[in-house]
Design a binder for this molecule. Structure first.
Ligand code: SF4
Length: 413
């Protein structure tokens, strides 16, 4: 589509009042030059639809408007009024904007209305970094109730996905995050680590279905070493002296981890060595989702000396154990997290999970959202994450240039 962009009011080679040219006012090694070069290397086709062709005053190219917002974020300037001021008074901004002076309402409107195109920009910046080998591939004040999320490639600290959810429960976003990363980079992550909140049955099953190795802390519901229920012969009762050491649940009753599951017989044994048999299935709601839960009940709890500690005070039925369809996956995850491979897979999570937020606060000075409304906050967070990635890209390109310059000056003998 032919475009009709506004001509630069102050071309860089025009002789100005107090400097030969605007271009002369910016040193050759000024970071804004590299930033502009990166912006120009990106494809802005996705922004043409929102800008469109229309009669009247030609619009400013989105590369310039996006550049002002992102460069402003990198200089810790977020206010559209301050950006307007900088475009009129600061040489970096004047140079970057080629003399355009968009007013604050243009900048603020552009920032809010470019949601879809911004997703494309975030994706393109990510792909550019991947193409440069910055990320190894397979072979190598408002909205306090919103939760910003960021997924990072832990080997490079590159933000590979960002989202904002209205719900403080982030687990529903785990699988969509993996799918968006696969869509952005054309390949799914090989491994994914997330904190305990993400370890729901649906997420375990979803990761397995996608072939992604998942690492998330998981407590086993089976007796573990140190638990007296973990005994050689589960058909024998736990020694009376060890009864006080049997784990209790929050209701102060014997925990499910006091019951041994016998896989071959597909049944549980209680601490008294008695069997619990399958009595049926029921539907339950877990993490907001309906799941099938299997019930195993002790055939007899009569005359059991542990009865008051095992059964609810007013329970008429024998002790029942619930086992949902995801239990085998949870057990497999608990076992994986005990292995050196599981521990090594999860170890970088803390750094990777906190870095984007620490950088947003420390580097960009972003401590709260300026906008209201979920969609506006999402867009604002995507601007922040794009600026953080651009800053990394800028540093990497500058380092490569410096290396090349050194190599040219002192070629290997
Ligand atoms: S109350 Fe029933 S299930 Fe619990 S330990 Fe006693 S016999 Fe076993």
């Amino acid at each position: 589509m032919a475009q009709h962009w506004a001509k630069a009011p102050m071309p860089r080679d025009q002789i100005a009042l107090f400097s030969p040219t605007l271009d002369d006012a910016i040193s050759e090694d000024h970071p804004v030059r590299l930033f502009d070069e990166i912006l120009r290397a990106l494809d802005w086709a996705a922004w043409i639809v929102p800008c469109g062709e229309h009669s009247g005053r030609p619009p400013i190219h989105p590369r310039i408007l996006a550049g002002i917002i992102l460069y402003g974020l990198m200089q810790r300037i977020r206010s559209s009024r301050m950006l307007e001021y900088m475009c009129g008074h600061n040489l970096d901004f004047l140079w970057l904007a080629e003399g355009h002076r968009p007013d604050h309402s243009t900048l603020s409107g552009f920032r809010k209305e470019s949601r879809q195109a911004l997703k494309d920009l975030f994706r393109r910046v990510g792909r550019l970094a991947m193409g440069m080998g910055l990320m190894p591939n397979k072979q190598g004040g408002h909205a306090a109730n919103y939760t910003p999320l960021a997924a990072t490639d832990v080997s490079s600290d590159w933000i590979v996905d960002c989202e904002v959810v209205a719900d403080p429960n982030e687990h529903a976003e785990t699988l969509p995050t993996v799918d968006r990363i696969a869509e952005t980079f054309g390949e799914k992550p090989q491994a994914f680590s997330a904190d305990t909140a993400h370890g729901t049955g649906e997420n375990l099953a979803g990761m397995e279905a996608r072939g992604v190795t998942f690492y998330t802390p998981m407590e086993s519901s089976l007796p573990q070493p140190g638990n007296p229920a973990c005994r050689e012969d589960p058909s024998q009762p736990v020694a009376e002296a060890d009864w006080p050491k049997l784990p209790r649940n929050p209701q102060k009753q014997l925990d499910k981890s006091c019951f041994v599951y016998e896989e071959e017989a597909d049944r549980y044994r209680c601490p008294m060595g008695r069997t619990l048999e399958f009595v049926g299935m029921e539907k339950d709601t877990r993490n907001g989702q309906k799941v099938e839960v299997r019930l195993d009940r002790s055939a007899s709890c009569e005359n059991c000396p542990l009865s008051t500690e095992c059964r609810a005070p007013k329970a008429r039925r024998n002790r029942t154990i619930h086992r949902d369809v995801y239990e085998p996956l949870r057990e497999a995850m608990a076992a994986r997290m005990q292995t050196p491979e599981g521990k090594a897979g999860y170890a970088p999570r803390m750094h990777g999970a906190e870095t984007p937020f620490a950088r947003a606060k420390g580097v960009l000075g972003v401590r709260q959202f300026l906008l209201r409304g979920l969609e506006n906050v999402r867009t604002e967070w995507r601007w922040v994450c794009t600026a953080l990635n651009m800053k990394k890209l800028l540093g990497a390109v500058a380092a490569l240039r410096a290396r090349l310059a050194r190599w040219i000056a002192e070629p290997a003998s």
